[in-house]
Design a protein around this ligand. Structure first.
Ligand SMILES: Cc1ncc(COP(=O)(O)O)c(C=O)c1O
Length: 419
């Protein structure tokens, strides 16, 4: 018997959607208001903001705001119209690409309208059905969706596990020898949930034994890691070993857009084969001019990254000293792992927001294993030592209440309703 397509939707709202009635507007789809900074407004009160990826504090920097508004006044939000290939190409798009390529130490770069689609499209364009993809099981959704487009074989390896990477490279090599294809390995530079860097140095070293190309999504590493801010590859001393480098403007550059960078011949191929760019409107001029300004600030204002890391170190060492489990982060991303159910996590986050004025993101199953609560803190250059002290004290208080069962009692009704 056939069903109405919508029947399954009426019955099952999905692992996150099922919480909508108790979570929407507060835990999910919250509204943070006011200028982007260390303090914003949530539900009518000021909160210390720990959930915005404005690492270098550029989002509301007066020089950035000035350039953004002047560019918007001059070009509006339409120019240039059409796809790059057809009618949406300009000198400034090319200039930004040259500057980005130089910044990440690659021969050439190409702009992407959105990191998500661009990353998917890059994976799609790099492989054909005879090729094999080997990628980290914890890869960002945009990589997974890119892999879904692949018509050939793909293998996941255990997150950052070298033995598993090697085992899968062996399987992939065997297959590629049969099909006559090649191998694409994909890792993130920094894994955005737990903050670990991808094992890029070790993966690149495997090139001595196996034949493959490496694609790295460095959304969180760009601007925050490496001597010049060129990211996780620079930090690990293997930028040359990354064959295709990706970063978004949505984090350190505090904007919208993204780019990929590689050898010129590879970029020349990609710009003719990235479907998400060939069949979509060009990045608008205000974003291009805004990115040029931000990149210039990254290059010329190292104090922004220094301030960021001062805050990262103060927050992470403060949490560790107070006995919190922050996992194995090797980046600015600061996870705090606690044990509890989803309803307990909700009660805890409400307490943090309402009684302590702390706004951080909460991550629960299915993104992380059942029974774990991950509170994710993103330090930025705009935070102060006072913000960090208040936050550390608040975390002490919520841990005590979690351990003594206060949140379990507070959330009993919710737990029953969703059991
Ligand atoms: C690791 C990673 N890759 C890709 C993206 C997508 O980038 P964008 O927001 O530019 O679409 C994100 C999120 O911004 C991300 O965290």
């Amino acid at each position: 018997m056939m069903n109405d397509l919508f029947d399954k939707i009426y019955k099952d709202k999905g692992p996150l959607g099922k919480w909508a009635s108790v979570a929407e507007g507060y835990f999910v789809f919250p509204k943070l208001e006011g200028p982007i900074s260390n303090r914003m407004r949530f539900n009518g009160r000021e909160v210390i903001t720990w959930s915005v990826n404005d690492y270098l504090g550029l989002a509301n920097h007066p020089e950035v705001r000035k350039v953004d508004s002047e560019a918007a006044a001059e070009y509006g939000s339409a120019y240039p119209m059409g796809a790059r290939m057809m009618s949406g190409h300009t000198d400034l798009h090319e200039q930004l690409e040259r500057e980005l390529a130089e910044f990440v130490q690659k021969e050439a770069a190409y702009l992407l309208n959105f990191g998500y689609q661009g990353c998917m499209s890059t994976v799609d364009a790099l492989v054909s059905k005879d090729d094999v993809i080997v990628y980290d099981v914890d890869a960002h959704a945009c990589i997974i969706d890119g892999v879904r487009l692949h018509q050939g074989k793909r293998f996941t390896y255990v997150h950052n596990d070298l033995a598993s990477i090697e085992k899968n490279l062996q399987r992939a090599t065997k297959l590629a020898e049969e099909t006559g294809g090649g191998i694409l390995v994909i890792s993130e530079g920094v894994f955005g949930m737990r903050g670990e860097q991808g094992k890029l140095k070790e993966i690149v070293a495997l090139k001595e034994k196996y034949k493959f190309r490496l694609f790295v999504d460095d959304a969180h590493g760009f601007g925050t890691l490496g001597k010049t801010g060129a990211g996780a590859g620079e930090e690990q001393g293997i930028q040359d070993g990354i064959d295709v480098y990706f970063a978004t403007f949505a984090k350190s550059l505090a904007s919208t857009g993204a780019f990929i960078a590689a050898d010129k011949e590879i970029m020349d191929y990609l710009k003719y084969n990235l479907r998400s760019q060939m069949f979509a409107k060009s990045l608008q001029m205000q974003l291009v001019i805004g990115a040029l300004k931000r990149l210039d600030m990254l290059r010329t204002m190292p104090e922004l990254k220094e301030k960021l890391w001062e805050n990262v170190n103060a927050l992470q060492s403060g949490l560790k000293n107070r006995g919190f489990d922050i996992g194995t982060t090797q980046s600015c991303v600061t996870p705090v792992y606690l044990k509890g159910s989803i309803p307990e996590a909700m009660a805890l986050v409400k307490d943090l927001r309402e009684n302590h004025g702390i706004f951080c993101s909460i991550v629960v199953y299915p993104v992380i294993p059942k029974g774990l609560i991950l509170l994710r803190l993103i330090p930025t250059a705009t935070h102060t030592i006072e913000d960090i002290e208040i936050t550390l004290d608040a975390f002490d208080a919520i841990r005590e209440r979690l351990d003594s069962g206060v949140y379990k009692r507070l959330s009993a009704g919710v737990a029953e309703a969703f059991a």
